[in-house]
Design a binder for this molecule. Structure first.
Ligand code: NAP
Length: 274
């Protein structure tokens, strides 16, 4: 039986690369996006079905999930990929932007998951792969709302995995680090440019710009590398919960998970200071 994956945020980046990876591996793909006119090459693929789904709109979630099940008969795997990074000084970030960060990265993933659960329960099978970030494991300046959203997604995913395992449904978390060949940086930059920052933060902003320049120089993985890890998480049949998807963040992830809190903070603060 051909398996089917539904992916959110397929207009670019990891979503698009993941849709193409699964399709190449012979899967049926429900490639969802806010604006299906951005489908590009996905629309040409015989086993990719493009349909509209905005994770901030309850009706479009129901319609997108329903259309996907209608097209292929069943969905085996959900990849909650849609998301963006709000970059900037927390104090200066407008409240509606903070809420949007959580609406997309957290509540969006929650609502799409909930829309699939009756289908997964009826089959006593299913897998949810949530795309977190290194920013869901450790923290960085000028990225507080984004870190908060990805930490929330991690907590949600881990807790949900306990709740759903007895029903035959698995939850996994994929954690990419910096990947530069997606639209992530452009969207984050556009969000930051809209927010004027008090001059008191000039020193922090300059130091942080240098920090991100150093981190970007270490970012050697591509969107296709991350898509492979997402495919592995979906297909390896293991009960592994977390998958670190890029090499650049391994030292920080190890510091967080394999050393004391004090040693982790010392390591992280030294990295931030340069
Ligand atoms: P991207 O190229 O900007 O892709 C983000 C996708 O999310 C786009 O398809 C975008 O659609 C979609 N999206 C945004 N808001 C949405 C909404 N309300 N409903 C449905 N779709 C929405 O960036 P990416 O790097 O591939 O990011 C994908 C995921 O990876 C995100 O969750 C991000 O936080 C995470 N991540 C990225 C990196 C990185 O360095 N690139 C690292 C770690 C984690 P539109 O075209 O309509 O805006």
């Amino acid at each position: 039986m051909t398996k089917t994956v539904l992916i959110t945020g397929c207009s670019s980046g990891f979503g698009k690369a993941t849709a193409l990876t699964f399709a190449r591996e012979g899967w049926n793909v429900v490639a969802t996006m806010r604006d299906p006119t951005k489908a590009g090459e996905l629309a040409l693929h015989p086993n990719i079905f493009v349909t509209r789904l905005d994770v901030q709109e309850q009706d479009s979630i129901a319609q997108g999930v329903g259309a996907g099940i209608g097209r292929f008969g069943a969905i085996d795997v959900l990849v909650n990929n849609a998301g963006f990074g709000l970059f900037g000084v927390f104090e200066a970030t407008p409240s509606d932007k903070l809420r949007e960060q959580f609406e997309v990265n957290v509540f969006g993933a929650m609502e799409v998951t909930r829309a699939l659960l009756p289908h997964f329960r009826s089959r006593r099978a299913g897998l949810v792969v949530n795309i977190s970030s290194g920013a869901g494991v450790f923290t960085l300046p000028l990225l507080a709302p984004y870190c908060a959203s990805k930490f929330a997604l991690e907590g949600f995913s881990e807790a949900l995995s306990h709740e759903l395992a007895p029903l035959g449904i698995a939850v996994k978390i994929v954690e990419p680090g910096g990947v530069l060949d997606t639209n992530f940086g452009a969207r984050s930059g556009a969000e930051a440019a809209r927010t004027p920052t008090p001059a008191d933060y000039d020193g922090v902003a300059e130091a942080t710009a240098r920090l991100y320049a150093r981190l970007s120089a270490q970012a050697t993985s591509t969107q296709d590398d991350v898509a492979r890890v997402i495919f592995q998480a979906a297909t390896d049949g293991s009960d592994q919960l977390r998958y670190v998807a890029t090499e650049d963040i391994q030292p920080l992830v190890r510091a967080r998970r394999e050393t004391s809190e004090a040693a982790y903070l010392h390591f992280l603060r030294a990295r931030i200071a340069g």
